[in-house]
Each structure stands twice: as C-alpha cells, then as structure tokens.
Ligand binder design. Structure first.
Ligand code: KG4
Ligand code: ZN
Length: 326
C-alpha cells in the first residue's frame, strides 16, 4: 500500500511517499528555518506563508523522486495537530483536496505520535506497551503506549520545552538560532562539571518537566561570571532531567521498551545518556535515524498506514487541532 504523507505543523514543509509503513520511496523536506533566524524563533505567519508557496513543489518533488503518479497512491495522510493553526491548515487542506479528487481515504495524524513512529520505521521489533518520549522545540512529553490506538500522556512540561530551553539559552549566550545544535557543539569544548546548574525534578512522584529554572540560572550566571563552560553545564542539567524522568517512567510503567523522537534526539550526548541509563534497567531503547528526528512526512505516512490497517479513517470534516494532546 502506497501512502502519501504531509507534514506542515511548524516550519518544515514536508511530503513523503512510504510503502507499507516502512519502505521510504521519497522524503522531501523544505524548511523555512533561514527566514526565522533573525527573529530567534519561528514566526507563525512567515512559516504559514512559506507552506503556501512551497507545498505544491514539495508534493511534485516527492512524487517525482518516488517515480509515482497521483493515481498510484492508496492512502493520504496529514498531521492535523498539535502545531501552528495556519501552518496545519495548509497541509490538511492539501490532503483533503487530494483525498477528494483521487477518491482515496484520508487519515489525520497526531504529530507527537508520528515523532515516535520515526523510531519504529526500523526493522527491529518494538514491543507494546512501551514508554514514548517526544523531546522537541515545542514539546517534552512522556507517553504510555499500549498499542497503536491507545496512547496516554503521562508527563509534560509545565513551562518551556527542552528544545526551547536550548534555543533560549543560546539566545542569552548570543550564539544564534536554533540553539540545540550550536550548544551541543560548544559543549564538546567545555567542561560540564564546572558549573552546577539547578535540576528541577518537581514533586517526587511527578513525570512532569520544568526548564525555566535552569534557563534563568544561566541568565544570572552570565550576568555575574561571563560565558565559559556554560553550554556544557547547561546541556548536562537538561539531559540529567530528561534521563531521570525517562527512567522513572519506565520503572513506574514496568515496560521493557522505550521509544524516543523529536528534534532534540539529534543530540548525541542525550542519546548516550538515555541508552546507558535505560540499558542498566534492562530496557531496550529505540531512537529514530538522525534524519528522521526532525520534522518530516515519512513518520506521518508510516504511522497512518498502521492506523488505517486498524480501522482508522478520517472524514473531510476533520479540523486542525493546534492544541491536540493524544
Ligand atoms: O522536532 P523539531 O525539528 O521541531 C519541533 O517540532 O519542535 O525540533 C526542533 C528543536 C529546536 O528547539 C532545536 O534547538 C532542537 O530541536 N535541537 C537540538 C539539537 N538539534 C535540534 N537540541 C539539542 N541538541 C541538538 N543537537
Ligand atoms: Zn516536531
């Protein structure tokens, strides 16, 4: 079954063709990141206009690269939330138009679930139930996933997302945007034990997150001491929190598998920390390939295939859900 996936929830305009939920025939991503750089964050209006301008070219290229014609497509999938309302509307409207004109079924996909499916594209079998962890610029969420149709959110951030804290700290340090990759690079040259930034674990039994405290601590430290070793020490604080809560969630839920996804999983230090800590608990850890950590449409097409096989179909009344939870 050939699935066309569309992703436009934030600043990536992406279309992909995937066969039977696993075989990637094309994966086209065009990002408007360069247009947001000078503002130090994604500007929704700019992202939305970029989607309108680019989506038809991205679609044509995805079909071209897969050597497919519209009539070959069996299923159309698009992210309907969470994300920027205007941005979501572009992708979902295209998906509806294609579904109607080609007379093929439509499946609306949750962006966060798709991020976790990115790790499930690999041949390796992942056993349900598992703990899922989405760590991106907009989200820091822990899920308990019983099967493809039963997702429960068990932890969320109460303020900044982890990726957002990288972006904000990079801004304080005047390093540029997006902050994640720059801080990771800087951290390699610094000593992470030089400064002990606070780690907020909230209440003992909570799986929620808070990153605004460590961000503020960085702000005061810069004011008083200058910027040496901050990147490494800040990164270490965030990774400690993420690792600790992921391990706690796996213990509480007694799972044997852990699946993570989202832009921050591009961070090698985070991957290592999660792998090592969870392996000690005898848990199998699954990450997406680096290319599939960031927003893409492969994960959307892939997940929609699994949902469709289990009876999920959306109708043309499906609305975008900017604040969609699970
Ligand atoms: O998943 P994503 O591409 O978009 C969202 O859905 O948010 O994630 C982007 C986020 C940004 O905050 C960026 O700073 C962060 O992921 N990021 C990283 C790294 N690469 C990207 N954070 C830490 N280390 C990295 N290497
Ligand atoms: Zn994302």
């Amino acid at each position: 079954m050939l699935v066309l996936g569309i992703e436009t929830s934030c600043d990536e305009t992406a279309v992909a063709l995937v066969e039977n939920g696993k075989r990637i025939l094309s994966n086209v991503v065009s990002s408007s990141l360069h247009l947001h750089k000078k503002y130090g964050g994604v500007v929704p209006e700019i992202a939305t206009r970029y989607h309108v301008e680019l989506i038809n070219c991205v679609l044509a290229e995805a079909l071209n690269k897969a050597k497919a014609k519209p009539k070959d497509i069996d299923l159309i999938a698009a992210v309907y939330g969470p994300g920027l309302v205007g941005a979501l509307l572009i992708g979902l409207s295209l998906a509806k138009a294609l579904s109607l004109s080609l007379n093929k079924p439509l499946v609306g996909v949750n962006h966060l679930q798709a991020h976790l499916y990115a790790a499930m594209m690999e041949k390796k079998r992942i056993r349900f139930p598992f703990v899922g962890f989405v760590v991106s610029g907009g989200h820091t969420n822990l899920f308990y996933v019983r099967d493809y149709l039963r997702w429960q959110m068990i932890g969320k951030t109460r303020d900044d997302a982890a990726g957002e804290s990288f972006d904000k700290v990079a801004k304080i340090l005047k390093l540029g945007y997006p902050g994640g990759p720059i801080i990771e690079r800087r951290a390699l040259q610094g000593n992470s034990t030089k400064i002990r930034f606070p780690r907020s674990y909230l209440e003992e039994d909570s799986l929620d997150f808070s990153f605004s405290g460590v961000k503020t601590a960085v702000l005061y430290y810069v004011r008083d001491h200058g910027i040496r070793n901050i990147a490494a020490s800040f990164q270490e604080a965030v990774i400690d929190i993420l690792t600790e809560k992921a391990a706690k969630a796996c213990r509480l839920k007694k799972v044997k598998d852990f699946v993570a996804g989202g832009g921050v999983l591009a961070n090698q230090r985070l991957r290592k920390s999660l792998s090592e800590s969870l392996a000690e608990q005898g848990i199998r850890v699954h990450f997406p390939k680096l290319k599939l950590c960031q927003d893409n449409a492969v994960m959307v097409a892939g997940l929609s295939y699994q949902l469709y096989r289990r009876g999920v179909v959306s109708n043309l009344n499906l609305e975008v859900a900017p604040n969609l939870k699970v």
